[in-house]
Design a protein around this ligand. Structure first.
Ligand code: SF4
Ligand code: SF4
Length: 168
């Protein structure tokens, strides 16, 4: 089984679950989608996830500078709208991101989202839907079991560390 099948199951598992119990896009006019249409602000694809998007004309896939497991991570660039049933994992968990600590992890607000997302700006982690957090924890726990996704998550944590080190 190709790992893309696992992402399909993950998408189904999330269903309509989003960070808040209501459409948080109403708080900001969907700022995270509006800003994902160039190579600076596109979303990372998880390893193997590109298979689900490469033939879709609504998306462009470009290589990033992020290397893990001898590979280069892909970035998905969209047009600012998409079929929500098909949106990638990075979009489903945004503005939350896993931070790996040895063989465990914690979910944090993605510090790179601060300039975009009012939830991060207002430090509203406790306001997030518990179901969203539970599902995201389960998904990350699952992905940590696969070597390639584990290395990807480790690399992502290094990027967060660099960002936190150099941001004020
Ligand atoms: S920027 Fe934040 S609040 Fe706005 S739609 Fe995206 S996740 Fe929701
Ligand atoms: S892929 Fe969809 S959910 Fe993700 S940023 Fe683009 S429009 Fe928004």
């Amino acid at each position: 089984m190709h790992i893309s099948e696992i992402y399909k199951s993950i998408y189904k598992y999330y269903g309509d679950t989003t960070p808040l119990l209501f459409d948080c896009g109403k708080l900001c006019n969907g700022a995270c989608c509006e800003s994902s249409d160039d190579e600076e602000t596109g979303m990372y694809l998880f390893p193997g996830e590109e298979k689900l998007f490469k033939d879709n004309p609504d998306f462009k896939i470009v290589s990033s500078e992020f290397e893990y497991a001898g590979k280069v991570a892909d970035i998905l660039i969209c047009k600012g709208y998409c079929d929500r049933n098909l949106r990638p994992l990075s979009c489903r968990i945004f503005p939350v991101i896993p931070y790996i600590e040895k063989d465990n992890f914690k979910l944090i607000f993605d510090p790179r989202a601060k300039s975009v997302c009012p939830l991060v700006e207002l430090d509203g982690f406790s306001q997030l839907d518990k179901e969203f957090i539970r599902k995201t924890e389960n998904v990350i726990r699952l992905l940590m079991k696969f070597k390639e996704t584990r290395l990807f998550l480790d690399g992502l944590t290094d990027i967060l560390d660099d960002f936190l080190r150099f941001s004020i």
